[in-house]
Design a protein around this ligand. Sequence first.
Ligand code: PLP
Length: 441
Amino acid sequence: PKVLRWFEQKCAGSKRLAEQAKAVIPGGVQHNLAFNHPFPLAIRQAEGAYLTDVDGNRYIDFLQAGGPTLLGSNHPAVRQKVHELIDECGPVTGLLHEYEVKLAELVCSHMPGVEMLRLLGSGTEAVMGAVRLARTYTRKKWIIKVGGAYHGWSDQLVYGMRLPNTGRMEATGIPRGATGHTQECLPNDLDALRRKLQLNRLRGGTAAVLLEPLGPESGTRPVHAGYNAEVRKLCDEFGALLIFDEVVTGFRIGMGGAQAYFGVRPDITVLGKCLTGGYPMAGAIGGRKDVMMSLVGGIGTTSRRAFVGGTLSANPLSCVAGYHALREAERSNAAVVAGRAGDRLRLGLEEIIRRRGLPYVAYNMGSIVHLQTSGVLLLDTSSLWKLFKVKDEARRRKHMMEEMGAAYTAHGLVTLAGSRIYTSLADTDDVIDDALNRFDD
Ligand code: PLP
C-alpha cells in the first residue's frame, strides 16, 4: 500500500498518460519491458545514468532500455554525430553510405567469429535471418535451441514458455507447423543435445544449434564454463553450424562479445542492442565469409540465396550512431567500466541480503546483474517448468516481481521487470552506492 500510495501521489502525469494510452494502444504499453504495475512510467528525459519522468521524479536507470545503452543514455558524443548526419543527409536514402562500411569494418575487427556483417532491423529479424542462412548454407533443416532462451518473437523461435495450469504456449497464434523444425534442449544438457543431433542425422540433419552464450535469457540461468566449447565440438562432429545470439552480450561483455570471453568461435553471430548504441534498427548477422556469402545470389544467378530484407535496414542514422557508440565504447573501455559497476552493485546487494537474512540471490556477469527475490532460484529450466505446473506458482512469482519492481521504482530505481539490472559507463561508484542505499531501504 505504501508503494501504491507513492505512485498515486508522485506520478499523476504518468498515470494520466497511461490512461490515455489505453484507448489507442492495446494494454496501454508497447515496449515489452515497460513494467506496468501499477501503471507504466512516462519518461521525459534520459541522460547518462538517470531517467526523469513527466512528473519530475528522477530515477537511476538500471533498465537501460533492455540493454543497448552501455554508454549511458543519450551519450553527447554520439548524439552530436547523429545531429551532423541528419543535417547532411537525413536518416535514410536506400543507397550505400560510408558509415555502413565503417560500422561493418569495426565490428569485424573486434568479433572473432565475424568476418562479414549484414545489418537488419532488429534482433528478432537478425535471428530469423541467421536461421535461414544456416539452412541455406548447410542444406539441412533442423534448428536446436536451448530451453528458456529468448531469441525474439518470430513464429519458429518464440519463447517456449507454457502458461501455467493450461499447457498452452504463452505466445499463441502460431500453427504447429511453424515450429515443426525447431527443437529444444535444456541448458547444460550436452547428452540431450548429442541425442538430438544423432536423431536429426537420420532425418534431414541439423542446420544449426542456436544459443545465448551466457545461458538462456542471457545468463538468468547460466551455463557452465565449458559448455560453449563442448557445443562447438558437437556442432563440428555433426556438421551443424553454431549460432551465438549475442544480442545482449555483444559489446556488453566486451568488444569481442561472449565469443571472445569464452574463446569459442561461432559460425554465425547475431547482434543487436548495443550495436547501434540505443538508436533504432539494431540487428545484424555476422559470420564466416563462406557462410555469409549465402546471403548473396538469387534472381539471375545460379546460387542459392538466403533472402533477407528491410526498407530501413542499414540506414545511415543507425550506422553513424552504431559506429560512434562503438568507437566511444572502445575508447572508454565501457564494457569493463560498466562491468566493474555491476560487480560493485552485486557485492553490495549480497551484503544487504546477508545482513538482513533475506532469501534472495544476486549474481552477475559484468554489467548484467540478476537479483532474484521471487522464490527459489532454479538454474535449470526443467525444474522451472515443473514448478510452473504447481497451481498459481508462475502467477505468484510474476506478481512478486511486479511488486518488487514497483517498490524499487518508488525508491528511485528503474529495473528490468524487478529482477534484472543493466549497469553502464555512466554508473560511477557514487551512483552505485546511492543505488545500494535505495535497495537497502
Ligand atoms: N535475442 C536476445 C538474446 C534478446 O535478448 C533479444 C531481445 O531482448 C532478441 C534476440 C530480440 O531482439 P529485438 O528485441 O531487437 O528484436
